[in-house]
Design a binder for this molecule. Structure first.
Ligand code: FEO
Length: 405
């Protein structure tokens, strides 16, 4: 098994033994343009311990990296911080192969693993705040329920000040570099933001509480080893601050104008609204769902204060790409947005009302009644769109002047 892939030492007794998925482009609805990594970590303590595993097709790569350091059958404990199958896909085979003394997960993690894999092997549940002795080192566990599954927990190795944060602080980024400071900051923080927007955003209140809890516990990590992407060592304070900021969702003067179009009428309206937003003193980001992926839209919405959505009416309803984009965004639960709806139609014109209904369900504060244009917008219609954009900008400026909710 050894030979092809090598482990990488990331602290005195800890090795990265994960796998790089250069070709991944889809992760449950998320466009992973730069691939990903599935990170697993090997602790060479008295009780040799594996933290998380990898997606099933990458088991050989992980085993090869482990074998470059130690015979895999010497692994005594496997810790599963998160049950999603990109981290547990090969866990059943690993248990068969290694026959560890203990497989450890949170209380909810044990249930989730049993429900996924129907193990005959007994699993050990650890509670929030519990520790596990590895002989010469210790592991401490903190539950992070709903970050981003009910089973999620993080594990701390105090002797090496290493926090194994599972999906938290991760990103989908395949690279040959393993540390944050080896990667261009533009790519690093864009991918971290994209990951937060698409995976973590629905759980913003839980993020705030988890960050407070981490501070209270007083763990002082010099490395944050997430389950995807590079290991944080230089940018720890910055990524923690960003998570706090993203979770808070303070108002900004940026409007995302999202639309698709059949014969360019809705597109022209989108551009006119953007003109109003920018002439009103705010930033406009116009995104056609015909060419923009829903997960890139979510990334733009992360630091936006307004969401303005347009659709033609097609067969009495929303244009399919708009329905897709709105369904996805609604699931991500972005808060504190203002917005509006617009669109064009031939003879029925239900799309604008349908958008407004969805925006209401998303608790988006509508700044005005939607604009619905028959067939092709006139100069007056486009002027109305400019005015709508200006009202959005005014509202954003007003919100920015108020204390943060
Ligand atoms: Fe990377 Fe939630 O799994």
């Amino acid at each position: 098994m050894s030979g092809t892939f090598a482990a990488l030492k990331i602290s005195d007794h800890v090795y990265w033994v994960g796998a790089i998925d250069w070709a991944l482009r889809e992760f449950h609805g998320y466009l992973t343009s730069r691939g990903t990594t599935y990170n697993a970590y090997l602790i060479l303590a008295d009780k040799i311990t594996l933290i998380d595993t990898v997606k099933a097709p990458f088991q050989d790569e992980m085993l090869s990296r482990i074998a470059s350091v130690v015979e895999p059958s010497r692994i005594a404990y496997i810790i599963s911080n998160h049950s999603e199958m990109d981290h547990t896909g090969c866990l059943p085979e690993m248990i068969e192969l290694v026959k560890p003394e203990k497989v450890v997960a949170s209380v909810m993690g044990v249930k989730a693993l049993q429900e996924h894999f129907h193990f005959r092997h007994e699993l050990v549940a650890v509670k929030d705040g519990e520790s596990l002795s590895l002989g010469n080192m210790n592991l401490q566990f903190m539950e992070t329920r709903m970050l981003h599954w009910p089973d999620s927990m993080v594990t701390y190795l105090p002797e090496e000040r290493l926090l194994f944060s599972q999906d938290g602080f991760g990103m989908h980024l395949a690279s040959s570099e393993r540390f944050d400071d080896e990667i261009s900051e533009d790519i690093l923080f864009y991918e971290a933001a994209k990951y937060y927007a698409n995976i973590i955003m629905p759980f913003a209140p839980v993020v705030t509480k988890a960050l407070e809890k981490l501070q209270k516990i007083g763990w002082s990590a010099s490395r944050i080893a997430a389950d995807h992407g590079p290991i944080w060592r230089s940018g720890i304070a910055k990524i923690i601050d960003l998570y706090a900021k993203w979770a808070q969702r303070a108002p900004t003067k940026k409007a995302v104008i999202l639309y698709d179009t059949m014969w360019q009428s809705t597109a022209r309206m989108a551009r006119a609204i953007a003109e109003g937003v920018s002439s009103g003193g705010a930033t406009a980001k116009v995104m056609s769902l015909g060419v923009s992926h829903r997960s890139d839209v979510a990334t733009e919405v992360l630091d936006a204060g307004a969401l303005v959505v347009g659709s033609p009416t097609l067969n009495n309803g929303l244009f399919p790409t708009v329905a897709d984009g709105l369904t996805y965004l609604q699931g991500l639960n972005p808060r504190h947005l203002v917005g509006a709806a617009f669109g064009s139609y031939g003879w029925s014109g239900q799309a604008v009302k349908q958008i407004e209904n969805i925006l209401n369900e998303m608790k988006v504060e509508l700044v005005d009644k939607g604009i619905n244009v028959r067939y092709v917008p006139t100069a007056e219609n486009l002027e109305e769109c400019v005015s709508l954009g200006r009202r959005v900008a005014e509202k954003l400026k007003e919100k920015c002047a108020q204390p943060t909710p």
